[in-house]
Design a protein around this ligand. Structure first.
Ligand SMILES: [Zn+2]
Length: 59
């Protein structure tokens, strides 16, 4: 099942929605987006938090 992550779900004023086929791919996509657009390097704490906000894509 595809999954997605919205910056808004972690309180960031950003309309980006990252989607991927697996959670691992999604974490990589979110990490790349966070670095490119927000200047944030995801550490393990941030990744663990972000994972709690991952949801099935499409709703
Ligand atoms: Zn963002």
């Amino acid at each position: 099942m595809a999954v997605e992550f919205r910056c808004q779900d972690v309180g960031v004023a950003c309309r980006n929605v990252a989607r991927a086929e697996t959670p691992d791919e999604l974490v990589a996509a979110v990490a790349a987006h966070a670095k490119a657009k927000h200047g944030v390097e995801l550490n393990q704490t941030l990744i663990d938090y972000a994972v709690t906000k991952v949801r099935p894509a499409g709703d």
